[in-house]
Design a protein around this ligand. Structure first.
Ligand SMILES: CC(C)(COP(=O)(O)OP(=O)(O)OC[C@H]1O[C@@H](n2cnc3c(N)ncnc32)[C@H](O)[C@@H]1OP(=O)(O)O)[C@@H](O)C(=O)NCCC(=O)NCCS
Length: 332
């Protein structure tokens, strides 16, 4: 049976940083509040006129091609998970293809908000399993600062910009994406959304005046759903694959709030040393958080490690993925 396995990772984080101190000059907040309620110290921001998510995705993919010794013309498919595409069209995948000289692939964007990367992994994995596609690039990235209202203290502390990309390839060994559980239910529609600029409410003076081009979030409602859904789905994927806490090498949670991460890890019975956490440095980069963690921890991941990914986002969307890690970087 063909399995899809991750064979490399690239990422890009823009240089500029917004610290908690910077934010406390814009809104009434403090480092103490942000650190204790969310766990973020700083987040990165992509600056520059006309620069969108594809700039970060393109840089992540260039790094990926280099690290995996892949020629651009060998790539079969690009799936770009993002909620902040450069434009409604053409797709961010098309912009990345152009930036990286990828000429023989097809590509598209996928929107599942903060769960985008794990949704895209499942989609990409099935293209690999079909036998027709050999090199599939999955990008997760967002320029969240482009939809963040820096006059709203309840949301402006949370988000940052980043992108990561992984290569999926076929293997007939028992490595790679072993199992996936994904959900979308619509329950979250009133609680977390960006309602302006789409076909329901095209950009107008009114949408601008009502702040409809910014993230709207009812934090407490989203928090409660995120905690229970992410913890439940992570426990479920462990159970149905007969994995105990001792079998898990790494837990890679979406980075939205350190308290949500801790709740999920506790439910799985995991100690802190098995949980990838970099929210303090990057904040929530939506579809970018999970590939950013994998990239940062790549040297520590070993062939055969059992890795659980879990995410939760607008929609609501949520899910988990069980990976058997496919390579040890130092042996490549
Ligand atoms: C947004 C979030 C951090 C807010 O934390 P919280 O503990 O729920 O805080 P609350 O919304 O209950 O607000 C508590 C108080 O802090 C205040 N507050 C909110 N943001 C603040 C800030 N940045 N600085 C200082 N005070 C703030 C509120 O106004 C409120 O004050 P009040 O009690 O006087 O009304 C939290 O709800 C959260 O993380 N939600 C889920 C986020 C998430 O996962 N989103 C994305 C899914 S991808």
């Amino acid at each position: 049976m063909i399995q899809a396995v991750i064979t490399g990772i690239g990422a890009y984080v823009p240089e500029d940083v917004i610290t908690n101190e910077d934010l406390s000059k814009m809104v009434e907040t403090s480092d103490e509040w942000i650190m204790s309620r969310v766990g973020i110290k700083e987040r990165h921001v992509l600056k520059g006129e006309g620069k969108g998510t594809s700039v970060m995705g393109g840089k992540a993919v260039k790094m990926l091609l280099e690290k995996t010794n892949t020629k651009p013309e060998e790539v079969d498919l690009i799936i770009c998970a993002t909620t902040t595409p450069d434009y409604p069209f053409p797709s961010t995948a098309a912009l990345v293809a152009e930036a990286c000289g990828i000429k023989n692939a097809f590509g598209f964007d996928l929107n599942a908000a903060c769960s985008g990367f794990i949704f895209a992994l499942e989609v990409g994995s099935n293209f690999i399993k079909s036998g027709k596609y050999k090199k599939v690039i999955i990008i997760g990235g967002d320029k969240m600062t482009s939809i963040t209202n820096y006059a709203d203290r309840t949301t402006c502390t949370l988000f940052g910009d980043a992108a990561g990309a992984v290569m999926l390839e076929p293997t007939d060994e028992s490595y790679g994406i072993m199992d996936t559980i994904l959900h979308t239910d619509g329950v979250g529609i009133p609680h977390l959304r960006l309602s302006g600029g789409g076909s329901a409410h095209p950009a107008s003076q009114e949408t601008l005046e009502k702040n409809m081009h910014y993230i709207y979030q009812e934090g407490q409602v989203v928090f409660k759903h995120a905690v229970s859904r992410m913890a439940d789905v992570s426990a479920e994927i462990m159970e149905r694959n007969n994995l105990t806490k001792d079998d898990i090498s790494w837990f890679v949670p979406h980075q939205a709030n350190k308290r949500i991460i801790d709740a999920a890890a506790n439910r799985m019975g995991l100690t802190e040393d098995k949980v990838m956490v970099n929210i303090q440095k990057y904040g929530n980069s939506s579809a970018g958080t999970i590939p950013m963690c994998l990239w940062e921890w790549e040297e520590k991941l070993k062939k055969g490690d059992n890795v659980i990914l879990a995410a939760f986002g607008a929609g609501f969307t949520w899910g988990s993925v069980y990976l058997k890690w496919g390579y040890t970087r130092s042996e490549q």
